[in-house]
Write a protein that binds this ligand. Sequence first.
Ligand code: TA6
Length: 305
Amino acid sequence: MEDSQIVEQTSDSVTLYVANDHSTSVKILKYGATVISWKVKGKEQLFLSEGAKTDGSKPVRGGIPLVFPVFGKCEQKPEFAKLPQHGFARNSTWDFLGLVDEHTAQFALSEEDANPEIYSKWGSGDNKFCLFFNVKLDEKTLTTSIEVENCNTEKPFEFNWLFHTYLRTPDIEDTLVSNLTNEVCYDQLLKQHYEEKSPALQFHQEIDRIYKSIPKDRKIQVLYLGKAIHTIVRDENLPDVVVWNPWIEKADTMSDFQPKDAYKQMVCIEAGKVAEFVKLEKHQKWKASQVLAIDEDIHLQSQIF
Ligand code: TA6
């Protein structure tokens, strides 16, 4: 491949390179439009389970799975009650539309290409929609953006959106997540709300929490041995931040989570709109984006003392 070449396409994936630096790249599987690798100067930034299926048989365990139209399970709303956890965007094969510019690849999904078995479970199975997903690669950042369009001629629809980002860390027990202090979270394990009091999240057991309405100027940082190895910046349409590490027992229950002790090398920091549903009127569009950055300075934005 010529150094100047910036994109490589196969039948099932697209890889984007920084021009003249093929050690910085991002690889996207057309299945789920799932980012499965992001390397900066040859160093992998995302976690991908060794047991991850990349053949389309199930959602990828790692990278950045896309969650739409529902986060988790939602029994209380009839239009979502039959959908499996996290919806159908991550189980559908998206179209690669090409490069928007020399840094950005674009993918699309509509009701015509959505996984029919799952899509049919959304409401009355007749919502017309279009998703445009952009992946932008720069030297030290990866930007993922989504546009949701309601293509119905008559009715609105509601949805959640989430980037289910699996970040790599050398050792979860020396890892902290900062800037969530004093924020309200819903603890999915305790099934209760509380205000986060710790100066930074530490990991010594499973954590599965939805931090709600986090101001967009708040940079969520993953700190390892005193360095900010990951910084997540969100726009105003991604107010919620899910933090998840499965730890030992949960990792054991997932057949595609391999090796079993790999929970020590990952943490999910997931930007989304999941605490409430977005209501999109017919012909209306909704946009959201996140920037993942590495090796930033530490920005302490919470009152921790
Ligand atoms: O984002 C956290 C979460 O909702 C956890 O509860 C856990 O279920 C995780 O997603 C993985 O879900 P999956 O359907 O990919 O196994």
